[in-house]
Design a protein around this ligand. Structure first.
Ligand code: PRP
Ligand code: URA
Length: 212
């Protein structure tokens, strides 16, 4: 599917394609599923962090002084519980200085509306660059609600990253949060009548944690 969305950036990479296939495969067991999520997250983190700003400082090598670099902004990863947890270690491997906040949201399976059950983020999150992380962008209800919570806490430097995005969710984020850029590893076709992404990979939380 071609990308016609102004707010969506598809990370097109052969290793991502291979690992998304592993995730889609219904026979993939949780240990293999988690390993594939981590590999994709590593690549997403590398691609997304290309745009991070650095500042210079003096570093002393064993031989002489030279210019060193550090990330200019504090980075805060915010996984949406539960399934977002599976992506955190892959991001932390690439951005080890990042802090991690958590937002607990669960879709009501009948209304498809997200319900918040947990919120804990670093105090200075309003001055940080925030990477909101959730493997699935389906109706966009959970992501949109999580962005609302973060904006209410003063966050204005924010991107959203996912593994699989549906057009409906991308549209919804654009409608409610046109300032938030989305980075995804796959762009899927549509949602079914139960709000699942097609072709998708099923319920990401259940497949990550073996709760099927
Ligand atoms: C999944 C997923 C997203 C949400 C996406 O979580 O991880 O948070 O659904 O759907 P939406 O775009 O329609 O809101 P779920 O609510 O199943 O909770 P879980 O992570 O605890 O399994
Ligand atoms: N949440 C999931 O985990 N999978 C979907 O396909 C849609 C929402």
């Amino acid at each position: 599917m071609s990308n016609i969305f102004p707010n969506f950036h598809l990370i097109d990479h052969p290793i991502i394609k291979r690992n998304i296939t592993v995730l889609r495969d219904v026979s993939t067991q949780p240990d293999i599923f988690r390993a594939a999520v981590k590999r994709i997250s590593n690549i997403l983190a590398v691609e997304i962090s290309k745009d991070l700003l650095v500042s210079e400082f003096e570093v002393e090598t064993p031989l002489e002084k030279t210019i060193g670099y550090k990330l200019k902004d504090e980075i805060v990863l915010v996984p949406v519980l539960r399934a977002g947890l599976g992506m955190v270690s892959g991001f932390l491997e690439i951005i080890p200085d990042a802090k991690v906040g958590h937002i607990g949201l669960q879709r009501d399976e009948t209304t498809l509306k997200p319900i918040e059950y947990y919120y804990k983020t670093p105090k200075n999150i309003d001055s940080a660059k925030v990477l909101l992380i959730d493997p699935m962008l389906a109706t966009g209800g959970s992501a949109s609600e999580a962005i609302n919570y973060l904006k209410k806490r003063g966050v204005d430097n924010l991107i959203f990253t996912c593994l699989v995005a549906a057009p409906e969710g991308i549209d919804r984020i654009y409608k409610h949060h046109s300032d938030v850029k989305i980075y995804g590893a796959a762009l899927d076709r549509e949602l079914n009548e139960k709000g699942y992404i097609l072709p998708g990979l099923g319920d990401a939380g259940d497949r990550t944690f073996g709760t099927l």
